[in-house]
Every structure is written in structure tokens, then in C-alpha cells.
Design a protein around this ligand. Structure first.
Ligand SMILES: [Zn+2]
Length: 207
């Protein structure tokens, strides 16, 4: 390569270098330059201004109907998806505890499913628990007060629940319960509730 050729090459390279930044600027001129860090900060501020993110729901999907199981004495309630899985046994035990002594016991696993099945059958969204687990101490107090309570009630073993479905007559609910043949069914017309237990299949009418 001659000296003249080298010189020409150097001039060409210098010209290209001078052009290159201008070309790059021309391409990005329309977009204001924002540092990545600044953009992230701006996004963060925007999210904070909007408040907490709402729970994600699927667009186009109807929310699953719920059955609210409420304990009459504690006022506590448990929402159960009408077509979904049942709440954990620990939640069931807590809801169905003895309100008087605040004691709980393991509940027969077939009780809550039967109650939910009743609510589904009658298409109601609420179940009222009148009595579930009864600590022997509380059972004795009820007996002494003259209530219709058996000495060795299934309630004291976590094997019985008294409940009602608002809007459904006690007769209809009792008839449905008898058809299930889960165990004992007591119909309490005046007090407006049905007793179900997982003991021997039997029936009686109470006050
Ligand atoms: Zn009962």
C-alpha cells in the first residue's frame, strides 16, 4: 500500500466515524432517551399510585357460587364453594366447636358434606348451625336446664349437628335428611331445626 492510499483510507475512516453517530441519533430522535433505572422508578410510582393489585379473576368466567355456613352462637361463618372442595377439617372443627366452653373436637367427616349437600339440593346460599359439638359440661348444663338433651348425646362425641336452611321448612329438610340414611334424624318443628348424626339410622320428633 502506498502512502497516498493509506492517507485516503484514513480520510475515509474519519468520514465514516463522523457520520455514524449522526445516523444513530437520527434513528432514535423521536424517542426521548430515558435511563432504564428512571423508567423502573416511574413504573413503581405508577403502581403505588394505583393502590394494591386486585385479585386476578379470569375474564369471561362466572365466579363460583358460595354457601355461607354460619354458627348461630359464635356468629362465625365459613364460605364453601358450592361446587368446590370442602374446607379443611381444622376449619370445620373450629367452626363447629362448642361455643359455651370454646372447646372443639374432631367432627365426623360425613357431617359437613351432608349439610352442604342439603344447601345444594335446596339451592340456598346460607346454612345456620344451631348446635354442633357440645362439651359434656355444656351438655349437662342443658340437661339441668330441662332441655331435650340426651345424657350421652352424639353431640358430645362430635357426631351430630343441628341446623336449618333459612327459607326451607323443617319438614322438607327433615324429609330430605331421612332419605340420605346418614344416621339419626330429629325433627324439631317448634325450634325450627333438624338434627342429623352419624349414629344408627333412626328418627324422632322433638320440640
Ligand atoms: Zn341435635
Amino acid at each position: 500500500m502506498t502512502r497516498a492510499q493509506l492517507l485516503r483510507l484514513a480520510v475515509l475512516a474519519a468520514a465514516l466515524l463522523a457520520l455514524a453517530p449522526r445516523a444513530a441519533l437520527a434513528e432514535t430522535a423521536a424517542v426521548p432517551h430515558v435511563a432504564k433505572k428512571d423508567r423502573e422508578l416511574a413504573d413503581k410510582r405508577e403502581r403505588a399510585a394505583k393502590g394494591p393489585t386486585p385479585p386476578v379473576t379470569r375474564v369471561g368466567a362466572k365466579p363460583a357460587p358460595l354457601i355461607n355456613v354460619q354458627h348461630r352462637w359464635t356468629g362465625e361463618w365459613l364460605a364453601v364453594a358450592a361446587a368446590g372442595p370442602l374446607p379443611s377439617s381444622s376449619l370445620q372443627v373450629k367452626l363447629l366447636r362448642d361455643h359455651y366452653t370454646n372447646q372443639s373436637t374432631e367432627m365426623a367427616s360425613r357431617l359437613l358434606p351432608a349439610i352442604i349437600a342439603a344447601a345444594r339440593h335446596f339451592r340456598v346460599a346460607r346454612v345456620e348451625i344451631v348446635s354442633a359439638y357440645r362439651h359434656p359440661k355444656y351438655n349437662l348444663i342443658l340437661r339441668k336446664k330441662g332441655h331435650e338433651v340426651a345424657r350421652d348425646s352424639e353431640h358430645t362425641h362430635g357426631k351430630a349437628v343441628d341446623f336449618r336452611l333459612p327459607g326451607i321448612t323443617t319438614e322438607r329438610l327433615a324429609k330430605w335428611a331421612l332419605g340420605r340414611r346418614l344416621g339419626g334424624v330429629g325433627t324439631y318443628l317448634r325450634s325450627n331445626f333438624v338434627h342429623i348424626d352419624v349414629g344408627a339410622v333412626r328418627r324422632w320428633a322433638g320440640e
